[in-house]
Design a protein around this ligand. Structure first.
Ligand code: AQP
Length: 333
């Protein structure tokens, strides 16, 4: 059985990009693989977030993931900061990674505003810069064979692979070199108001972002306002028709169809939007209903996270100890 691992930041309410790009395949993977899923709260510290907000978001993210169908009896769901080995391996990998390769990470450039103004980059946190190394540690600790992610995480995955290869080449075979797995549809859901940029939890684009818990009337209103173009033809063409193509991608992800084929069914943007809104509301309905039940019992969610952390730690400890020994750190007597 292959081992899969993936993570999500508790940086805001999950949106349909997170759901179709990652979480939907996490649910399917539980039955086919040994699956580890991590709420990466340490990553969320790389940008401003109030302590009370982070605690609330972490519990909320766990509740939403359980509502989406993750089952603690079939996967290991845990909070990153509850497994100390993640920061332990990060330091070892930081001594293998180079400044140059981290500098090339496009997400760092986007989030830090690098290049926009020299004084701005002076204030950027070191954690935002080294975030991809922590992500590599998240993956390599569990010797994951496969990492299901959205398209935006491909570059970070490539870094994790390079660090694994370099570590093994220098210190002996300790970690598994992971493969990325990116879904065919829904891998890059775009903001409905700005179809040139990806939908994001922290982008401050309330009408451009569809939360997985949005009620049907909110979804309908956001989809109705989605930016399209001045033509009238419904056609799947992400380069010249990014707004319409994004709606077709969403419809395809919600109905497990093909965006180019689906386009042929519509003669107006209005009818496309109506169907997208209905399909999204319908596919998210079980999640919304289960979320309402689970949020009534936060203690049960916390208990399952504690059990997940204990299970994850027992696996992570073995890899960290092997990595420390391979690098020449003296074992405690
Ligand atoms: N727009 C997207 N389309 C498809 N997949 C997406 N993912 C994120 N946005 C989209 C995938 O969701 C998983 C969890 O993402 P994350 O929380 O680790 O952070 P992120 O990639 O930086 O996502 P966000 O939503 O944009 O968060 P913030 O605003 O905090 O940066 C990943 O597998 C990701 O690929």
């Amino acid at each position: 059985m292959a081992r899969v691992l993936s993570g999500i930041q508790p940086s805001g309410e999950l949106h349909v990009g997170n759901y179709f790009g990652a979480v939907q395949s996490w649910v399917a993977d539980q039955d086919l693989n040994e699956a580890f899923y991590c709420i990466v709260d340490l990553h969320a510290l790389t940008v401003d977030i109030a302590p009370a907000e982070l605690r609330k978001r972490t519990l909320e993210t766990a509740t939403t993931l359980l509502a989406a169908g993750l089952d603690p009896d079939r996967c290991t769901l845990f909070v990153q900061s509850q497994v100390a080995e993640h920061t332990g391996l990060t330091w070892l990998l930081e001594c293998v990674a180079t400044f140059g390769e981290l500098r090339r990470m496009t997400q760092f450039k986007d989030k830090s505003g690098e290049g926009s103004h020299p004084s701005k980059s002076e204030a950027v946190r070191v954690g935002l810069f080294t975030y991809p190394v922590l992500m590599a540690a998240d993956i390599l600790l569990y010797n994951a064979d496969r990492v299901p992610v959205g398209d935006d995480q491909r570059q970070h995955l490539e870094l994790a692979r390079n660090l694994a290869l370099r570590f093994n080449g220098r210190f002996g075979q300790v970690v598994t070199v992971p493969e990325a797995s990116v879904p065919a549809v829904g891998a890059r859901v775009m903001d409905l108001q700005h179809p040139d940029r990806k939908m994001s939890k922290t982008a401050m684009s309330p009408t451009g972002t569809i939360g997985v818990l949005d009620p049907p009337n909110t979804i309908a209103s956001k989809v109705r306002k989605a930016v399209t173009d001045t033509e009238t033809e419904v056609r799947y063409d992400p380069i010249s028709k990014p707004g319409v193509s994004n709606l077709l991608e969403l419809l395809a992800a919600a109905t497990r169809g093909d965006p180019a084929e689906l386009a042929k069914r519509f003669s107006s943007y209005g009818s496309l939007k109506t169907e997208v809104a209905e399909a999204l509301s319908e596919s998210l309905r079980p999640l919304r209903e289960r979320h309402a039940q689970l949020s009534a019992d936060p203690q049960a969610v916390l208990a399952s996270l504690a059990a997940g952390a204990a299970k994850a730690s027992s696996v992570a400890k073995v890899t960290l100890t092997r990595a420390q020994a391979a690098m020449g750190l003296l074992a405690a007597w």
